[in-house]
Structures are given as C-alpha cells and as structure tokens.
Design a protein around this ligand. Structure first.
Ligand SMILES: [Mg+2]
Length: 295
C-alpha cells in the first residue's frame, strides 16, 4: 500500500453524520481505479467515529471490494454496506471484516429471477454477434454478475454503438419474456438489470422510518441487527444528479424523505436541495470532509 500522506482532519459537523450513502465511480474513486490512500484514511476516521457507509454502485461486489472496501481496516468494515449492481443485492461484513455470505437484500429472492441472467447472457452474445461484434473478443468484457449482466467495451469501437445495441437488446429480452432491461452504463458499458432496479431500491429495502409518517428517525438493517438514527444525520454523495441520462445518484433521493442532504461531486445539477461541491470527484470528497460548512 502507498503512503497515506498527511492526515486530513474531519470537519466538526461530521460528528452528527450517522450515515453516508455514496456512489463509487467518479465519487470515491476514478472508474477502474482504487480509492486513494488519503481519502480512505479520511473515511476510516469517519467510520471510527461510528458513522455507517452505504456504498451503492453499478459495479459488481468483487470490483467494489477490491477498489474500496479493502482499503478500510477489517474491524471497521462492519460499518460498511455494499449495494452492488445498482443495489440489486446488498452485502455487509462481520466483526472480523469478512463479507457475510447471505445478502441483506437480493433480487435473487424473487422467483421470477431464477436462471434469468444465464438466459440474458446468451441473448447478449447473440445480439453482439448479429451486429458483427464477436464476443468474447479482446476489448469486450462480458460478465454475468448473478443479479446483472454487464458488457464493457474498453478500447472497442462498439462503445459508440451502444444506443443501437440497447434498443435491439430490449426488443429481444422483451420477446423472450424476461423481466429485465438493458441500459447504457457509464461511458463504456451496457448493463442488463432486473426491471425496477435502480439505486433507490436497496435504500428503500434497508432504510425504513422508525415511526409512521413524519417521524424524524430511521432504522437501518446491518448484519448485526438494526441501528437507528435521525434522517437529519444522513448524507448522500454522488456525481450523477442530472436527468434524464445522468441521474443514477438522483434516484437514491427517491427513497429518502425530502430534506436529506445531498452533495453532488459531479457536473453542476440545478436541483433544489442538492449542493454542488467545491471540487468534483474524489478530490472534492476529500476537500469536503475537511472543510466546515460555512466556508
Ligand atoms: Mg458515479
């Protein structure tokens, strides 16, 4: 591991933050890269104070663990939840920092999803071949993540043909009667996800009001049981708050009461209640953690 660099002091207002819900790519780390040692260090301090961290990302669990989770000390990983594949499934960690095998939530629990992604994989391969794109081939990554199939085109010209591929895929998936949909993902990929899965789903399943309507407290399901907190103590971090196409992180707010703080580390999005950070991306998160609100 590289040197941790100078320690970043957390702004005092983080004393009252009980839960950070965060996107991964372009928020905590550049796509395909690891979280920086300095940001991991700052977030480790936050977790050390008792804050929970709920990661919600379109990436698969293995990718998120390799790039982000493993940068945290094992005993603190019990404060981390990972909603991978846009939150189609959520995992937590035990006191030794090991992933708990049984997910806290999964779309696999739905009988309609049994064996679906194996069929999806076949359809995707056929559609690519019908478009003259040999798969598998160098520059194309095709992966069945169990709750999502992802095609990535790093360094392949087919990345420019994603709109047409998504249209054909949705026609064929519909003809096959599968309850899934294809969407463009990030700048280079296509994800095929269970219908109705977006980043609001894992939050609405695991984060619930403690009292009916109008209450100020939530409870969050963790591997050890439920923890309670004030909605006021939640922050949502992301880089995509711009509808119609770049709104993956905006969806998270749909599962939360109005007024929950959202911080945008991406291009400015003029949405009420969302503040845009002083600097974008992971460097912006590091700056934000160290800065007091009034600056
Ligand atoms: Mg992102």
């Amino acid at each position: 591991m590289t040197s941790r660099g100078p320690a970043v002091p957390l702004a005092p207002r983080f004393d009252s933050v009980t839960l950070v819900v965060s996107d991964v790519d372009d928020t905590l780390a550049p796509p395909f890269r690891d979280i920086s040692a300095s940001l991991a260090h700052a977030l480790t301090r936050l977790l050390g104070k008792g804050t929970n961290l709920f990661l919600v990302s379109g990436q698969g669990i293995g990718n998120i663990e390799r790039r982000v989770v493993r940068a945290f000390p094992r005993p603190l990983r019990r404060r981390i939840l990972v909603g991978h594949c846009h939150g189609a499934e959520v995992f937590g960690y035990d006191r030794a920092g090991r992933r708990v095998v049984t997910p806290l939530f999964s779309v696999r629990e739905s009988a309609a999803m049994e064996g679906v992604f194996r069929k999806v994989l076949t359809i995707v391969t056929n559609v690519l071949n019908d478009h003259g794109i040999a798969a598998p081939s160098p520059g194309i990554l095709l992966e069945d993540r169990g709750v999502q199939v992802t095609v990535d085109f790093p360094g392949h010209p087919a990345a420019d043909r994603r709109a047409e591929l998504v249209t054909t895929l949705n026609d064929r998936l519909g003809e096959a009667g599968l309850s899934v949909e294809a969407r463009r993902a990030g700048h280079l990929g296509i994800d095929i996800v269970a219908r109705g899965v977006d980043k609001s789903l894992p939050l609405s399943r695991l984060l619930t009001p403690l009292s009916p309507r109008g209450g100020t407290t939530y409870r969050l399901t963790m591997p050890d049981g439920q923890v309670a907190g004030d909605w006021d103590g939640i922050e949502v971090w992301g880089d995509q708050f711009s509808p119609p196409d770049l709104d993956a992180d905006l969806r998270m707010l749909a599962a939360l009461p109005p007024g929950v703080r959202a911080v945008n580390f991406g291009p400015a999005a003029s949405r009420p209640g969302i503040r845009t950070a002083r600097a974008p991306g992971p460097a912006g998160v590091l700056d934000y953690l160290a800065r007091s609100e009034s600056e």
